[in-house]
Every structure is written in structure tokens, then in C-alpha cells.
Design a protein around this ligand. Structure first.
Ligand code: ADP
Ligand code: MG
Length: 623
């Protein structure tokens, strides 16, 4: 409980106690009024002040205003009439109980989210003269060696320079299997070092590290409003004045009618009372509170699973996804290629591989990494200059002055090398030297274990169409698509072609619905930002992907995608339940109130009841 919650609880208890005691005191007239004014002010002073401020700022139509008018009215009726002050106090009391409950629930889910995201490191250890010194991670410069002891969080992204250990990544990815790291491995901040002592050379500043990026993202998520939340704001803006004027009409018109037309007694007190009841019932608290809370809880629940959603608007769009477009390499497949055959021309197999590995030295593309791994003892025996990565085609570089190209058919055609076809299935990487064909290396990738299940799971979750886009050759692409049961496949695409494909899909919206693109962030950032919703997969440490996407799946398991869509659908279902439930009950009570069938007690009880139920329902989104 926060201080404010404690204070309000004490107010609630004090006012209730006073009210009960005063009921038994035999005082009448003005003294009775003054007596009951005390608990009324104890429980309602802040609402009266807020309502007064609203009037001064010319924005009177909020729930405080409704409460203030209704309860002051009830007090006035009580003074002039039979003196039942309890009603006014009780209305304030119930309202405050409802408020208290809701603030408690919000606090709880906020705490839940920050606990889930409890990844913020407090310090970094720097070794000076054999002594460890704790410093603010913000002050650590790039390239500094930091020490991470067992049990500590890695504060900054970097590379292990000494030691080995296993890392607990559960806070980041929701994945509980620890990841083992050794010298040379990249590590990202936010993981917990489980056993060995690690020395890490930082590669980024704290502000640029994964942990900072993620925290930023989570903290800003609630500021991006969904359409449902906008709807509620607009709704309240129209609704409250309408209600206030209806209440006014209810208080004035029927008595006037009775007096003027029927020449009867106006029965003013009765109609004013009904109007006040109407006001109390009309307060839209349940709606205003529970909808943002549901989104908040949904985003929180998702982040516990390693799914970061950048805002409620994206959660809402995600839930409507009808077409999912995948990138192939690194998304559906592992992006770890094994060399299957080498077909050299003029040179030895080893030479060809050696040449390819040279050219790929600086690239981060999965193909490059795999070719380097296939030729591990690549020595720095030659000069590599003018390296140029041609996205979707391959790489061109000068090795000891010769122009070497490593890539697909498109690249060979562009330099005029007469490449040969290969009978083997797999991704064929051709090599040319000064425009002359040097042979090819066939590498093969394997699909991720979760991919097939994920495609089936998407269909079950209501996705209509799955599509694969790839820069790879037709044969390999189609084989993969068939294996995974993907509906459509487009191969031989450059990154720009992928963008125009997705644009085409978005244009035919009636047919395709909301189009999601899922990629690994390696040369598909433009598509990620162009799609209705961009989902980056396995994005730990890839800044471009985290920035360009709307949803980040922290590990690279395609099944997370199904989970993300399921979470979003559930959350939206809860939001809709809350909207219709609160509006429905509200309208019903309003009619009963106007007909005189509900008194103020019933009204406030219904209001608080609906709010409590709606808030409880929202919290479900957290699970
Ligand atoms: P995907 O669309 O499957 O993610 P990319 O667009 O990254 O693939 O690459 C498309 C094709 O371009 C690859 O299949 C490969 O033939 C070629 N290519 C891209 N980068 C490289 C590289 N670094 N080395 C060799 N070939 C590459
Ligand atoms: Mg790719």
C-alpha cells in the first residue's frame, strides 16, 4: 500500500465510524446538519476541491463534478426535508471505496510489470589495482573491461574476454533454459550471470545497451493510445455533458409540466432527487478506468513472456492480424548454414572456401557467419579492401587487388560471370574473380524446430494467410515453404522488392486484412516499418530491428508469434467485455433511475460494483 492509499483507507474508516455513531445521537435541526457535515467533508473534501477547480478552469464535466453536484444536492434536500444525511455521505463513501480499490489494482499490475522487467542494473564493477569498484553504468566508456560476478546482472552489452558461465535470460526472453557463454561470445545486458566470473569488454554505452532500450520501450508503451482508449476519451467528452443536461431536464421539466399543465403540486424534491440519482449512476468510472488498465495488463503479461509490445495501439492491431508475412533466413530457418558441397572451377575446394571466407570477413549476414565458420583458420595473410555488401545479392571486395564477388545469380549476372547451375538443393553461393567464374559453394540451412507448429498455430488463432518472402533462389524457397505448409512464397527478392510486395498486400486490404511482417532485422528493417505491424524476432542486441518494429520477440522461437497474437486477442476480448458490460449496466441503471425505480444507494452500489468487476476482469489480461 502506498502512503496515499493508507491515508484514504483511514479516511474511509473514520467517516464510516462517525456516520454510524452520529446516527444514534438525539440531535435535531442545524446541529444535526453540522454534525453530519464533518464525515461528509472528511470523505469528500478532495472531490469537492477537484470539482471546484474544474469549474474554475471551465472544464467542469468530469466525475468529480457529478459526485459533487449529486451529494451537495442530497445534503440540501436533507436539510430542507426529512433530514437523511446518510445518503450524501454514503455516495461519497462508496465512490472513495471504488477509487481506492482501483488504485490498488493499478498499483499491483504496475508493480507486476516492473517486477517482470526487473532488469535494470544498478552498478557495474570495474577492476582497479585488483580491487573491484562499483560505478554507475552510465559512466562506463565503450571498451572498458567490466567484471560480472556470479549472481549479478550484466549491466552493459559487450564481449566476454575472460571466463565462462551460463546466463539466465528469463527476464528478457521468458526462456528458462540458461545460455552458456565463453570467451569471444557477445553478451547482452539484463541477463543474470549464474555461475562463473566473467570479464566483459563493453561494446556499447549504457544508454545504447539492450537493457536501456527495452526499459525505454516498456516505459513508453502506455503513452501510445489504442483506438479503444481514444474512443473512451471522446465518449466521456460527449457523454458527461449530455448526462448533466439530461439530469437538469429531469429535475426541471416534469415538475413544471405538473404545475403548468396539470395544475398540480410540482413535487420538486422528488424530481430533483431522481435527477441527482441519475447523476450518480451516470458516472463513467468503470469504463474510463478499466479499458486502459486492460491494455496495460496485456502489455505487462506479454512482456513476462519475452514479447515486447510498443504500445496499446500495436496490441490492438496485432489482435486483428489476418495475413502474416515471413522473412525466411533467420526467421523461419535457423540462419546457421552448413556447407554441403563445393564445386570449384580452376582452384581447389579449399581455395574457394578460403576466398569466400575472406570476402565475408566483416559481414554480419548469417551466410557470412556460416562461411567464416566453415573456414575457421582464415589468416590475415592478404589485403581486403573496398568491401561492399549488396543487400539481397551478396558481397563484393578487393582481395590483394582482385575484385572478388560472393553471392547469388543476380550478382554473377551483374559482373558478367558465366555461372553454372547446381543439382544439389540448398542455397548456392557463387564466387567470381575479376568477372571470371570460380565455382560455387552449396550451403544448407535448417528450419527452426518451432516453425511448422507456428504456422499451424497461426491458422488456428485465426490468421487467414501466411506468406514467405526471401532473397534466396526459387528451388530452396519452395522446398522450405512446402515443408512448413506456407500458403504463398516469393523468391529472388531484393530488400526493396520485399517492401513493394508488402505494400501490394496492404493495398488489397479487403482481401488481406491487417498485414504483419515478421523478420530478424537483417536487411529487412524497411519492411518491418512499412507493414501494418512489424514484428522483430530474436532481436536481442539488434538495434535496427528493435527500432523499426512495433513488436519485439526477444528470442527467436517462431512459436512466440502465436503466443503474441493469442495474448493480443485475449486482451482485446477483455476490453470489449468491459466496454459493453459497463455501458450496458449503466444504461439499465439510468433508465431505472429516471423512472424512479432506483434510489441513490442502489445507484452508487451498481457503479462501484461494475467498476470492481471490470477492474478484476482487466487484471486477467496479466495472466
Ligand atoms: P532472406 O530474404 O532469405 O532473408 P537475404 O535478403 O538476406 O535473404 O539474402 C538473399 C540472398 O542474397 C541470399 O540467399 C544469398 O544468395 C545472397 N546473399 C545475401 N547476403 C550474402 C552474403 N553476405 N554472402 C553471400 N550471399 C549473400
Ligand atoms: Mg533475412
Amino acid at each position: 500500500m502506498t502512503k496515499k492509499q493508507k491515508k484514504n483507507l483511514i479516511r474511509i474508516i473514520t467517516a464510516s465510524a462517525m456516520m454510524i455513531v452520529f446516527l444514534f445521537l438525539p440531535v435535531q435541526g442545524w446541529l444535526r446538519f453540522v454534525l453530519f457535515l464533518v464525515p461528509y467533508l472528511v470523505i469528500g473534501y478532495d472531490i469537492l476541491i477537484k470539482a471546484g477547480k474544474g469549474v474554475i478552469n471551465r472544464q467542469p464535466f468530469d466525475e468529480c463534478f457529478l459526485m459533487a453536484v449529486a451529494t451537495i444536492g442530497a445534503m440540501v434536500i436533507a436539510v430542507t426535508g426529512d433530514g437523511d444525511y446518510i445518503e450524501a455521505i454514503a455516495v461519497m463513501l462508496f465512490y472513495q471505496i471504488g477509487e481506492w480499490f482501483q488504485s490498488y489494482a493499478v498499483g499491483k499490475s504496475r508493480k507486476n510489470i516492473s517486477e517482470l522487467m526487473d532488469i535494470r542494473p544498478d552498478y557495474a564493477n570495474i577492476e582497479t589495482d585488483g580491487e573491484l569498484e562499483q560505478v554507475d553504468p552510465d559512466d562506463v566508456e565503450v571498451g572498458t573491461v567490466i567484471v560480472v560476478q556470479p549472481g549479478e546482472k550484466i549491466p552493459i552489452d559487450g564481449v566476454v574476454v575472460e571466463g565462462s558461465s551460463s546466463l539466465d535470460t528469463v527476464a528478457l526472453t521468458g526462456e528458462s533454459v540458461p545460455r552458456s557463454v565463453a570467451v569471444g561470445d557477445e553478451v547482452i545486458s539484463g541477463c543474470i550471470n549464474k555461475n562463473g566470473l566473467l570479464r566483459i569488454r563493453t561494446t556499447k554505452e549504457f544508454g545504447e545497451s539492450t537493457v536501456s532500450k527495452i526499459l525505454d520501450l516498456v516505459e513508453n508503451a502506455s503513452s501510445r493510445k489504442s483506438r479503444s482508449e481514444d474512443f473512451i476519451t471522446r465518449f466521456a467528452r460527449v457523454y458527461t455533458p449530455v448526462v448533466v443536461f439530461s439530469a437538469l431536464a429531469l429535475a426541471v421539466l416534469p415538475p413544471l409540466f405538473r404545475m403548468l399543465v396539470m395544475s398540480a403540486d410540482g413535487n420538486w424534491a422528488n424530481w430533483i432527487y431522481r435527477a441527482l440519482t441519475f447523476l450518480v449512476i451516470s458516472c463513467p468510472c468503470a469504463l474510463v478506468i478499466s479499458v486502459p488498465l486492460s491494455f496495460f495488463a496485456g502489455i505487462g503479461g506479454a512482456s513476462r513472456e519475452g514479447i515486447l509490445i510498443k504500445g496499446s495501439n500495436y496490441l490492438e492491431i496485432l489482435s486483428k492480424t489476418k495475413t502474416v508475412v515471413f522473412d525466411k533466413t533467420g526467421t523461419l530457418t535457423k540462419g546457421v548454414f552448413e556447407v554441403t558441397v563445393i564445386h570449384p572451377e580452376q582452384v581447389s575446394e579449399n581455395m574457394l572456401l578460403h576466398l569466400a571466407a575472406h570476402v565475408e570477413r566483416y559481414s554480419t549476414h548469417p551466410i557470412a557467419v556460416s562461411l567464416r565458420n566453415a573456414y575457421p583458420d582464415e589468416a590475415d595473410d592478404c589485403e581486403i579492401t573496398d568491401v561492399e555488401e549488396l543487400a539481397g545479392k551478396g558481397i563484393r571486395a578487393r582481395v590483394n587487388g582482385d575484385v572478388i564477388c560472393v553471392g547469388n545469380e543476380k550478382l554473377m549476372n551483374s559482373v558478367g560471370a558465366k555461372h553454372k547451375d547446381c543439382g544439389h538443393t540448398g542455397t548456392v553461393i557463387h564466387v567470381s574473380k575479376n568477372g571470371e567464374y570460380f565455382g560455387h559453394i552449396v550451403i544448407s540451412d535448417i528450419v527452426k524446430p518451432g516453425s511448422e507448429k507456428a504456422i499451424a498455430g497461426l491458422k488456428k488463432a485465426g490468421v487467414r494467410k501466411t506468406i514467405m518472402l526471401t532473397g534466396d533462389a526459387k528451388k530452396t524457397a519452395e522446398k522450405t515453404a512446402e515443408e512448413l505448409k506456407i500458403d504463398e512464397v516469393y523468391s529472388g527478392l531484393l530488400p526493396a522488392d520485399k517492401v513493394s510486395r508488402v505494400e501490394e498486400l496492404i493495398e488489397h486490404q479487403s482481401e488481406n486484412g491487417v498485414v504483419a511482417f515478421v523478420g530478424d532485422g537483417i536487411n529487412d528493417a524497411p519492411v518491418l516499418s512499412r507493414a501494418d505491424i512489424g514484428i522483430a524476432m530474436g532481436a536481442m542486441g539488434s538495434d535496427a530491428a528493435i527500432e523499426a518494429s512495433d513488436v519485439v520477440l526477444m528470442d527467436d522461437d517462431p512459436l512466440k508469434l502465436v503466443k503474441a497474437i493469442r495474448i493480443s486477442r485475449k486482451c482485446l476480448r477483455i476490453v470489449n467485455e468491459n466496454i459493453w458490460f459497463s455501458i450496458g449496466i449503466k444504461v439499465l441503471c439510468l433508465i431505472l433511475g429516471a423512472l424512479g425505480a432506483a434510489n441513490m444507494w442502489a445507484a452508487i452500489f451498481a457503479d462501484v460494483g461494475v467498476m470492481v468487476l471490470a477492474v478484476l476482469n482487466s487484471i486477467r489480461a496479466l495472466r
